[in-house]
Each structure stands twice: as C-alpha cells, then as structure tokens.
Design a protein around this ligand. Sequence first.
Ligand SMILES: Cc1cc2nc3c(=O)[nH]c(=O)nc-3n(C[C@H](O)[C@H](O)[C@H](O)COP(=O)(O)O)c2cc1C
Length: 199
Amino acid sequence: MTHSESEHAVWAGRKVVVAVSGGIACYKTAALVSHLVKAGSKLRVLMTQAATHFITPLTFQSLSGKPVLTSIWEAHDHQDSQHIGVARWCDLLIIAPATADIIAKLANGICEDVVCLVACALPRNTPVLLAPSMNAQMWANAVTQHNIATVQQVLKYHTVGPEEGWQACRTTGAGRMSEPDAIVEAAAALGRAEGTCER
Ligand SMILES: Cc1cc2nc3c(=O)[nH]c(=O)nc-3n(C[C@H](O)[C@H](O)[C@H](O)COP(=O)(O)O)c2cc1C
C-alpha cells in the first residue's frame, strides 16, 4: 500500500454514503465510488431522479454491489423507514456532484427526494462533504452563494471545490467539480479530524 493509499484507508471498513444529484459531473462519481470501494469502504449510493438522467443506477449498483436508492418510497433492507435506516448506518455522507438545486434544498430543510431526506435525518455528528458542480454563472449566483454559506455555517457541512477550469458548457470558469482523487483526499482529511467536526 502506498503512503497515499494508506492515508485514504481512513474510511476502510467504515460506512460511506455517496449521494448523486443531477449534474453533468455525475460520470466522475463512478470513479469516486470505485475508489472508495477499492479502499475498503462499505458503500451505499443514493441518487436524485435528475441524476438518473445523467448516469444509470445500474452503474453504481455494479460498482458498490448494493441496490441504489433513487426514491424515498422504496425500501431494500431496513426495518426502519429506509431514509432513517440509511442515515443511522452512515458514517460519512458525500454529495457529489452537489447541484445548485440540492444545495438550495439542503440549506432550506427541504426533504422531497432521497438525497436531501437522508441528509436531513443524519445524526448531528455525522460528517457531510459536498462537491459542488455547476456552470460558473450558477455558482456565482447570489442565492447559490447564500445557500452554500448556510450549509457551511449552519449545518457545518464541509465542501471540496468547485475548481476553476473547463466546463461542460464549453466555457472556462469556477464551478467544475473537484476530481475524484481530491474528493477522496478531502474525505480522508475529514476522517483524520473526526470528533472535531460536531454539527
Ligand atoms: C444537460 C444538463 C446539465 C446540467 N448540469 C448541471 C450541473 O452541472 N449543475 C447543476 O447544478 N445543475 C445542472 N443542471 C440542472 C439540474 O439537473 C436541475 O436543476 C435539476 O433539477 C437538479 O435536480 P437534483 O438537484 O434533484 O438532482 C443540468 C441540467 C441539464 C439539462
């Protein structure tokens, strides 16, 4: 195991939920999930309905070896309500990509899809890491900036990125989702700092 791999192994054997909202960077999340599984994390994947337009649940089911939740109305393996069961099970929630829409929902306590419902039901000390991803104008939008400040300051969520660079809308600007390696590194840093991230 390389130094970097052993650093990332901080989540090995731990329960990580990767939640996918509907942005063009969804394809990068497949690599993120694969990396976390390879590093030994137990993975569950949640997707918004919008995310399923960009990448299929089958991809994440194959990579995680577990059914993917795409609705608040389905239950696979919990006696409790599915969202409560997943929220209790979760040691770390990563939302990647985090759309402008899901950030707005999180900031306002909206619970209408499986991603924001599970996030809202998390115990206070479960760390949450967001990887925002959107067009530069959407990222610069004053309401988006207000919402991201709310989730950071009120909910104590952590963020990685977004980065400056080439965007799917064929322009350059701030809003590009961080690469999977950078998200894994940010998650590892959170794991090392665990206990200091009370929400
Ligand atoms: C082709 C296409 C690409 C999109 N890419 C993004 C994106 O990268 N980031 C974002 O915030 N919204 C993006 N959107 C808009 C979201 O998909 C839309 O706001 C949706 O309601 C998000 O739902 P969700 O947050 O429940 O996943 C895109 C929409 C389309 C049609």
